[in-house]
Write a protein that binds this ligand. Sequence first.
Ligand code: 4NP
Length: 171
Amino acid sequence: MDQLSVKDEFKKQPISILFVCLGNICRSPSADGIMHHLVEKEGSQDLIKIDSAGTYGGHTGALPDARMRQHAAKRGYELTHRSRKVRTQDFEDFDLIIAMDDNNFEDLQLYAPSSEARKKIHRMTDYLQKIPIDHVPDPYYQGADGFEKVLDILEDACAGLLLSIRKGITI
Ligand code: 4NP
C-alpha cells in the first residue's frame, strides 16, 4: 500500500481519544495539545476527536498550569483546554482512554462501568517509540526540567499513537 492509500484507509475509521492524568492541568492537556497539533498537520481533524480529563476534579474549569503552558508554547503548542474530571459517559463517548501513569490507570479501572469499558483503557507510555520509561512523571512539584521531560515523552508517545492508529493497531 502506498502512502496515499494508507491515509485513505485511515480516513475511513473515525476514532476518539481521551487523555487522562490526575489534575488535567499539566500532562493530559499537553498530550491533548500535541495530538491536536499532529492531527491538524496531517489534516485528519474531522476523523480524530481528542479531549482530556483528570481523575481529580479540584482544578475544574482552570487553564493548564502556567508553567506547562509556557514550556509548551516554546515548542509551538498553545494549551487552551479547561480542566474537567473524568465522567462515566466518557467510557461511552471515547474509543481510547489513555492514562499517564499507574495511579491514573488504576483509578480509571475502578471508574469503568463495564468490562467492555475497561478494555478502552491504555497507558500513554505503551506508544513510546524512543524514550524508555513506563509512566509520564507528574511535573507539578518539579522544576523546569520536569516540564521539558513531560513534553519530550508526550511528543514521542503522540507520534507513536498516531502511527498505531494509522496501522489500525491501538495496543
Ligand atoms: P497533572 O499534574 O496530573 O499532570 O495535571 C498535577 C496537577 C495538580 C496536582 C497534581 C498533579 N495537584 O496536586 O493539585
